[in-house]
Design a protein around this ligand. Sequence first.
Ligand SMILES: Cc1ncc(COP(=O)(O)O)c(C=O)c1O
Length: 344
Amino acid sequence: MRTVDLRSDTVTEPTRRMRKSIGEAPVGDDVFGEDPTVRRLERSSSELVEKEAALFVPSGTMGNLISVLCHCQRGEEVILGDQSHIFLNETGGVCALGGVVVHTVPNEQDGTISIPRIEAAIRGSDIHQPLTKLICIENTHNRCSGAPISAAYTAEVCGLAQKRGLAVHLDGARLFNAACALKVDPKELARDVDSLLFCFSKGLAAPVGSVICGNREFIERARKVRKMLGGGMRQCGVIAAAGLVALEEMTTRLEEDHINARRLAEGIDGIPGLHVDTSLVKTNILYADLVADTLSCKELLDVLESSGVRILQTGPARFRMVTHYGIGAEDIDYAVETIRGALK
Ligand SMILES: Cc1ncc(COP(=O)(O)O)c(C=O)c1O
């Protein structure tokens, strides 16, 4: 039976060249700074976004956590979107482990946070209030239909932050999807932020790993915090090798995923019982709402699963579908017909 796993772009398997590179990677003890493959990956990553330095980390979650902990002390505050991954999907780590106060501001449908709203959220000098230190933005924005966030908006946020003495961290787990959709160089999207994260293990098909980029001093502090969190890895050139292949070969094929996401959205648009806003689909993520009362979410998931189509429930009647490496146009057509059949 055909399997079309649309739950996430993290379900990808490493490419043949990744597996070969993993097998052949020169390695050393990275906690001693002696792994040549990790060093190469960190150098390539920082050059790609024109930052001074980079740090290889096991996951996006740990990369975001390390970054927030480097920008904020206990009791200080981060401003972020109420739909952000850091707020909703990282188990409250910045609060639980860093004692950082989370101040959420509503995300707009396009993944941005309105500048006046950010400005209003920044604390003044009132002795009762926590000190605001950081603003986090997300690009592409996972919960906001994978919306790509423009360099102009990023510059606006960073301009405000600079004026108010704050730092900006960019959760760019899918930065290359944003760059592809906006047809800009990733460094444009990273230019004004103080730190950023991007992942090799999302649409780029590497099995593990993310990277944080920033200035040298920030990355040195981040290295120490990574160790504190237990994220210091030893001969991790074996996984960094796949990250290098991801950067060399996988960022240029993302348009295919975006075209497939549109094909999927347009295919399911109009199926009675399902609602999708096709105008929001700009990268590889789309959301659909079940509006039929003839079957439950569980029944829909079960019927699809029995035909090999997997989608992710993200709300009471909401589903996410993500296109990625390994899914072709024929898989999309199969998924559309399976979904249509399930709702008949
Ligand atoms: C926007 C965003 N940030 C961070 C992460 C966390 O990455 P990881 O799953 O590697 O911890 C994800 C994961 O899907 C994500 O979508």
